[in-house]
Design a binder for this molecule. Structure first.
Ligand code: ADP
Length: 609
């Protein structure tokens, strides 16, 4: 045992000096004297070590103080070992812990008196001593193992020439978690019963410190695992949420399922319209194996992972159903020759929760797309069917109005004008609806060309001049002759301009001003239509460009319109490769602007079908 007395410190110093000397090449007689001196020194230390109990407790208190400060297991183990050697004065010390999972004893720290780590091969210890300490839960001390009837016959004792051995159990909360073993191979009589008491007392405290560090490490690792899992789940969410295509969603789910479970293969099944599960994603180029029993189990909408154990030469399968609103909408299945670990199954379940939401979204999106497609098709058929009778009504109306079938009076002429303007309204509605449906179905034919913009602006103004004059509105233009030609469909550009100028005309009171300006901007041409009209409230601005939107304001409602013009205009500008926007202030006026490309980017050609 060690203590704080100056004599002992001096002896320690002396012992270190002798150890150093021993490493030198010395003549035989000197070496013999050195060995005798060391022995005496040790005896002297032993004598000194038989100090009163108080001094032992003081030493114990001192070394125990450092324990419990650190929660790093390796650091705690080294601290314990150094303290043990310091307390017992042993030549070597070993600390072994019982592994939680395997129950086996493993060497965790080994130190010698010079506070150096020992290697595994230095571990020449008495297994019998250790085993009996673990079995009995009692510490053991032997002053000379070679002569001790309990161990003398043991192979390790003889083979490693063990003499002074002391071993104490590490007991925390009633359980033995390992042992501390110290020895001095060369010399007998180093340790006594008092030393064992001390070691036992110290081992009790050390065990608590070790267990705390173990628990902390465990919690720390569990936390790190959980954080890693959450990170993975968040990446899965990002991946899955970025997709609305069902095929992509099921394939991504399949790939993630393999990754998180470290499976060798994986499949994803989804329900068809009849509620029957079918395999929607499987390893490339492979016919799915017989997964019927798992799919039947999936239909029970029970979120617990199911295992199908491996028979000879086949992998074990694990299935988790994809459940939405308590109904099975699919299943994830993975396979591994050795089966899927419990923790991986739980991870798979969490993946399945996310995949279920993504699959459901993708299916809803598909349904919406299908409904949209059906609507577009319906509109396309109806507008086509309406166009023919409307053309005929318009033709006959014009003929009658021109007096081709006989004289008409003023009242009849008025009635015919009403019919004419309503037919025109209907035609505009049909034409807008059919444009929207064509754009939605990618069936709009565009005739792209390079052309100067001012001609089309003139054409638009001329077609509306009559209406503008009726409201005494002035229209001005500002188009520099140097303006680059635009690359777009000229008739569609006229349609866009007509919509914007018509709106300016409609929503600007008598005597107002409309200004059309065009200028180059960022390699495109920007066209603005500014009016001094009623303006648009902030609330209405948010809904502009949506289908059938018309402001509730009476100034708007007294004008005819369907609320489709701006929606068609935006779609047309976008398919021609431009952008559209506006600025407006209620009561002051509005400026609608759009851009058109000047060059021929390949993106525009895609619309030329
Ligand atoms: P419509 O003119 O047939 O109602 P639009 O789609 O062309 O349909 O316009 C939608 C709505 O946007 C209009 O009903 C009106 O409320 C508002 N709006 C459009 N252009 C202007 C404008 N120049 N000034 C004020 N409000 C406008």
């Amino acid at each position: 045992m060690n203590s704080t007395t100056p004599q002992l410190s001096a002896l320690e110093e002396l012992q270190k000096a002798l150890n150093l000397l021993e490493k030198q090449t010395l003549p035989m007689p000197t070496r013999a004297s050195l060995s005798t001196a060391k022995r005496h020194l040790q005896q002297l230390r032993n004598a000194l070590q038989r100090d009163p109990e108080a001094s032992r407790l003081a030493a114990l208190y001192r070394v125990s103080q450092s324990l419990g400060v650190s929660l790093d297991l390796d650091e705690v183990l080294t601290q314990v070992m150094d303290a043990v050697i310091q307390l017992t004065g042993a030549e070597r010390g070993f600390l072994m812990l019982i592994e939680r999972e395997s129950g086996e004893l493993s060497l965790r720290a080994a130190r010698n008196i010079q506070q150096e780590n020992l290697q595994q091969e230095d571990m020449k210890v008495s297994r019998t001593v250790i085993q009996s300490v673990i079995e009995s839960g009692q510490g053991i001390v032997t002053t000379n193992a070679q002569n001790d009837p309990r161990f003398a016959g043991q192979e390790s004792v003889i083979f490693y020439a063990l003499r002074s051995v002391m071993c104490a159990p590490l007991r925390a909360r009633g359980n033995i978690i390992g042992v501390i073993y110290v020895d001095n191979r060369a010399q007998a009589g180093i340790f006594g019963d008092e030393d064992l008491k001390l070691l036992n007392a110290f081992a009790g405290q050390a065990a608590v410190a070790i267990e705390n560090a173990q628990l902390y490490t465990q919690t720390d690792r569990a936390l790190a695992d959980r954080v890693a899992e959450l990170e993975t789940l968040s990446r899965i969410d990002q991946d899955l949420n970025a997709q609305l295509d069902l095929d992509r969603v099921v394939e991504l789910t399949r790939q993630w399922a393999i990754r998180v479970t470290q499976a060798t293969r994986g499949w994803v099944a989804v329900c068809d319209d009849e509620g029957e599960l079918y395999i929607a994603a499987s390893p490339p180029g492979e016919t799915p194996p017989e997964l019927e029993p798992l799919l039947t189990a999936a239909n029970q909408a029970d979120p617990v992972p199911r295992q199908l154990t491996a028979s000879q030469g086949t992998p074990a399968y694990c299935m988790v159903p994809l459940i939405h609103n308590r109904q099975t909408i699919g299943a994830v299945i993975v396979a591994h020759p050795q089966g899927i670990r419990e923790s991986a199954q739980q991870f798979l379940k969490r993946l399945a929760d996310r995949a279920a939401a993504a699959v459901q979204n993708a299916r809803l999106y598909e349904a919406v797309e299908a409904a949209n497609e059906a609507k577009s098709q319906f509109v396309s058929i109806v507008t086509h069917e309406l166009r023919i009778p409307l053309t005929s009504i318009k033709g006959y109306n014009d003929l009658i109005r021109q007096g081709v079938v006989g004289e008409i009076n003023e009242q009849q002429a008025n009635f015919l004008d009403v019919i004419g303007s309503n037919v025109e309204r209907m035609s505009r509605l049909i034409s807008d609806l059919s444009d929207i449906s064509r754009i939605e179905r990618g069936k709009l034919r565009l005739e792209f060309a390079h052309f100067p913009l001012h001609e089309r602006v003139e054409e638009t103004i001329n077609s509306l001049r009559h209406k503008l004059e009726e409201k005494s509105q002035t229209i001005t233009t500002e188009i520099p002759p140097s303006l680059p030609k635009v690359y777009a469909d000229p008739s569609r550009v006229v349609q866009v301009l007509t919509n914007l100028v018509s709106n300016a005309w409609k929503y600007t009171p008598q005597g107002g001003k409309i200004h059309i300006r065009a200028y180059p901007e960022n390699g495109k041409v920007r066209i603005e239509v500014r009016d001094t009209g009623i303006g648009i409230s902030e609330e209405d601005q948010a809904r502009l460009f949506t289908q059938f939107f018309r402001s509730e304001s009476p100034a708007v409602r007294e004008q005819t319109g369907w609320g489709l013009g701006l929606n068609v205009t935006r779609r047309l500008v976008e398919v021609m490769g431009g952008e559209i926007g506006f600025e407006s202030k209620l009561g002051e006026g509005s400026t609608f602007w759009f851009t058109l490309p000047t060059s021929t980017p390949s993106a525009h050609q895609a619309h030329e079908d």
